[in-house]
Design a protein around this ligand. Structure first.
Ligand code: A4P
Ligand code: MG
Length: 182
């Protein structure tokens, strides 16, 4: 499998923000119910709070990480600008998860929809119930491979770009390209 990359990332994903809005990157995951419909519903909900286009990666099918006794996930990432503050954004995403039938049972367990904030501008946020950048994103192929499509040159950890980090996952069978629906 090859690693996809936009020749140039959508402008709103990379350009400095001057209109008071915030650039956010959200990861989307689903392994229960009609997975692709769940992702589609989530992107539609993101469009409602976006003040820019919503840039979407392709959809990937991924092996479960953490709790292994569950079905495969569909994963993707989306990038957009919003006027919401970071806590308002978390609250909105949790409402969307609930509306999509999410029941919180076991940690890392099966879910109709999981929406995580990966990045919020260049901010570091550390509350008990909210950490941004998402603390586990750098170890996860299901985040890094789709993220490499939108923000290949972003560096956060130890100087390696998202693209470099994602490359090691492409050789494994854990993240498989499914296609684009957007
Ligand atoms: N929370 C803290 N920081 C954030 C953030 N940046 N964005 C808090 C969103 N939420 C954040 O989340 C638990 C709590 O995390 C929330 O109440 C929120 O206040 P949750 O969605 O209820 O539970 P969870 O997702 O099971 O836990 P967690 O720790 O978020 O798990 P991960 O790390 O997100 O992993 N395998 C594959 N292949 N694909 C997946 O998408 N996802 C997970 C979940 C495990 N394995 C997976 C996948
Ligand atoms: Mg979550």
């Amino acid at each position: 499998m090859r690693l996809f990359m936009h020749k140039t990332s959508p402008n709103f994903c990379t350009q400095p923000i001057s209109d008071g809005s915030h650039r956010v990157v959200v990861s989307l995951g689903s392994n229960l119910g009609r997975r692709i419909i769940n992702l589609h519903t989530a992107v539609t909900a993101l469009v409602k709070i976006a003040v820019s286009d919503v840039g979407c990666s392709a959809v990937y099918e991924t092996n479960p990480v953490g709790y292994l006794d569950q079905g495969k996930f569909l994963n993707m990432v989306a990038c957009f600008h919003t006027q919401l503050q970071v806590r308002e954004l978390l609250s909105y995403l949790q409402q969307v998860e609930t509306a999509c039938g999410r029941r919180r049972t076991i940690r890392n367990g099966p879910r109709t929809l999981d929406l995580d904030i990966l990045l919020y501008d260049q901010e570091y946020v550390c509350y008990r119930d909210l950490q941004v950048p998402h603390p586990r994103m750098w170890q996860r192929g299901f985040v890094l491979v789709p993220l490499a499509e939108l923000l290949p040159d972003t560096r956060l950890l130890g100087g390696e770009t998202v693209y470099q980090l994602a490359k090691s996952w492409v050789a494994t069978e854990e993240v498989r390209y499914v296609g684009r629906f957007w």
